[in-house]
Design a binder for this molecule. Structure first.
Ligand code: WTA
Length: 635
């Protein structure tokens, strides 16, 4: 029996039991047999959720790029590592072999070194989904620099905040990006962001769209000539197991985005192991995850997990609707994709279109379908299973988070029988718990509660960059000795988990986590706005959409409401990004507040969702009369 590749349900249970009874021995064996190390660890695990402090494979030395690249060269040097499918279907796809990828990573690593980037320095990456993006992550890892990828849909303000929060020294970007029939001026966004980022010494620019851009003398350089001149080999920096590999920002219920810090060895082991099993990857398969590398799904399951397994991973630059709604399926047919991993929001959008877009293409290569990012509703599950999988490819609904680094609850295809809308069983080594309001664990089946994890797994985030107290308060203070996920879940009669959604103020819109605070801050900066509150409400494609309640200042009262709505959304686009635009904006004279001055979002959520039959207890409100007014005028 190979613990690395699980093939039967009994084997899953057996390996699971082993991983829980003796986690150290279990992970030690996986780490030892499937990765290359410069030095072995002294200790497999030490942890304390109170501090919190978690260390895996302490004392070990390695470089993750040697595991993702160098070790494959003798056996897989000519195998395709990355297939690049451009936005424009008329542009030729690229097949980058492991040997070519290794060389490109080394060249870029040398360019970074030439620009003074050292081990531990932070590099911000703001790039579209082009091969240079994957190369950039690996180039940072090669020299021990910490990458901080910012999704290239974020605004200049959001980018600037993230650059400053982690003191990035260098920014990697491109002149522009292609998305469907649009092109976006990425460099212009970077220029604007850098007006407020004095710590950035250099901007290295990839040429993608060929658009006319400003290049700041000294600071800005075109990347290609530097890569051409750079040496094609670069000795990998020897890293400690617990050295940070990257920072990735995620939204919180309150305050600024949190820079989640992932470290090297545990992250590598866990993402590789989950990739192998959850996608049942076999040599020569073509795997495609449609996420953007700007999110954790792209980090773990486009770049590190697949490459650590020597897989062929497809990167797609475009959008599902361009040149038409058949694009995903055209790409599946063209590259004979075996595993396809996407988000429910994409499925719902495509399910609205004519079925011919799917039926036109030969999807017989598909063996595994995946879903991630938000709960998948029953209708979308069946549409995906029937029309894409032809009821023949298991659909794996994978629950996890930026903070968890890798997949936590998911079926193993061809092993775990699936049930629509259920993420099913915990992955190997994962010990979930459901908690009640009194912070007690709810045992048994057919129960519902708040989802926590009782024991560390190798890829748990180790801290929030620059704010360890916030890390403890957010994840380890609600329940003693537990990691709290922020999600609710139920466990059914057979022990399967179904994730019911966030229990905090994070709102998931089209699979993107949005915190209320930065959006409300953006709205409140509008000169006519006095105060605002946003909540989520159900939306048939986006999962949730944003509903804003806005109180105007006296000066704003005479303004045209539709214009104001446009201006408010413009304000949000500039501060956060277009993904955070409000679907509905209701102008109100007040917001329901508790006596301590907190906005009661629960009530606003119900009104936004048209679910006002039972508003719950409103007796603690300072201004209960406002509720009726808001309800009478709701949109
Ligand atoms: C939600 C994405 C239900 C959940 C990898 C989680 C899901 C948040 C699922 C993390 C799923 C993710 N079913 N909900 N299969 N996957 N979520 O950090 O609320 O972008 O806490 O990580 O997305 O989103 P993040």
């Amino acid at each position: 029996m190979s613990n690395y590749h699980i093939k039967h349900l009994e084997e899953y249970y057996q390996v699971y039991r082993k991983s829980v009874r003796n986690p150290e021995a279990f992970w030690e064996e996986i780490a030892e047999e499937h990765f290359v190390w410069r030095k072995r660890w002294d200790n497999v695990l030490s942890w304390d959720f109170k501090k919190p402090e978690i260390k895996w494979f302490e004392g070990a030395k390695l470089n993750i790029t040697e595991n993702c690249l160098d070790r494959h060269l003798p056996t897989r040097g000519d195998k395709t590592a990355i297939i690049f499918e451009p936005n424009n279907p008329d542009e030729e796809a690229q097949h980058i072999t492991y040997r070519q990828l290794h060389e490109r990573v080394c060249r870029m690593a040398n360019v970074l070194l030439d620009h003074g980037v050292k081990k531990g320095d932070r590099v911000c990456i703001y790039l579209p989904m082009i091969p240079e993006l994957s190369v950039a992550l690996l180039a940072c890892a090669r020299i021990g620099a910490i990458h901080s990828v910012v999704f290239a849909g974020f605004s200049s303000h959001a980018l600037g905040t993230r650059i400053n929060d982690s003191d990035c020294k260098v920014v990697l970007t491109s002149d522009g990006s292609f998305r469907g029939n649009k092109s976006i001026d990425l460099k212009g966004i970077v220029d604007k962001a850098l007006e407020g980022c004095p710590g950035v010494a250099n901007v290295l620019v990839v040429k993608r769209t060929g658009s006319d851009i400003h290049m700041e003398p000294v600071r800005d350089k075109w990347l290609q000539p530097l890569l051409d001149e750079a040496y094609a080999d670069c000795v990998a920096e020897v890293m400690d197991a617990e050295d940070p590999l990257f920072i990735l920002y995620t939204s919180g219920s309150t305050g600024t985005p949190k820079g989640m810090v992932h470290t090297t060895a545990g992250y590598m082991v866990y993402t590789a192991y989950t990739f192998k099993n959850v996608f049942q990857y076999k040599e020569n398969d073509v795997y495609w995850c449609t996420a953007d590398i700007g999110w954790i799904t792209g980090h773990s399951y486009i770049v590190y997990g697949p490459l650590a397994n020597g897989a062929t991973t497809l990167m797609f630059e475009g959008v599902p609707s361009y040149p038409d709604f058949g694009r995903f399926w055209e790409v599946v047919q063209k590259h004979k994709v075996n595993q396809f991993y996407t988000a429910p929001t994409a499925i719902r959008a495509l399910a609205k279109e004519n079925l011919e877009y799917v039926e036109k293409y030969d999807l017989s290569s598909l063996r595994v379908l995946g879903s991630v990012g938000e709960p998948i509703n029953e209708e979308a599950w069946h549409w995906y299973n029937n029309n894409v999988g032809k009821k023949n490819s298991p659909l794996v609904d994978t629950w996890w988070q930026t903070e968890t680094g890798g997949i936590m609850i998911a079926p193993i295809p061809y092993v775990t029988p699936t049930t629509p809308t259920y993420a099913t069983l915990p992955f190997i080594g994962i010990q979930p718990a459901l908690m009640d309001e009194n912070a007690k664990e709810i045992k048994g089946n057919q129960v519902e509660g708040r989802l926590c994890i009782k024991f560390p797994w190798p890829s748990i985030a180790r801290t929030i960059w620059g704010n360890h107290d916030r890390y403890r308060d957010t994840y380890f203070s609600a329940y003693e000795d537990m990691y709290f996920t922020g999600d609710g879940a139920l466990r059914d009669a057979v022990g399967y988990y179904r994730i019911t959604g966030r229990v905090d103020d994070v709102i998931i819109v089209s699979g993107h986590n949005l915190g209320t605070a930065p959006i409300e801050d953006a709205i409140n900066e509008h000169p006519a706005v006095a105060e605002s509150a946003i909540v989520g409400f159900p939306h048939d494609v986006k999962g949730n959409a944003l509903y804003g309640y806005v109180i105007l200042k006296e000066t704003g009262e005479s303004r045209d409401r539709d214009n104001l709505r446009k201006e408010i959304n413009q304000q949000i686009t500039e501060h956060v990004g277009p993904i955070a635009k409000l679907e509905k904006i209701q102008f109100v004279s007040g917001l329901p507040k508790t006596r301590s001055g907190k906005i009661m979002r629960r009530i606003l959520r119900k009104i936004a969702s048209n679910d006002t039959s039972n508003l719950g207890d409103t007796s603690t409100l300072l201004n209960p009369e406002i509720v009726q007014e808001i309800m009478d005028n709701s949109l």
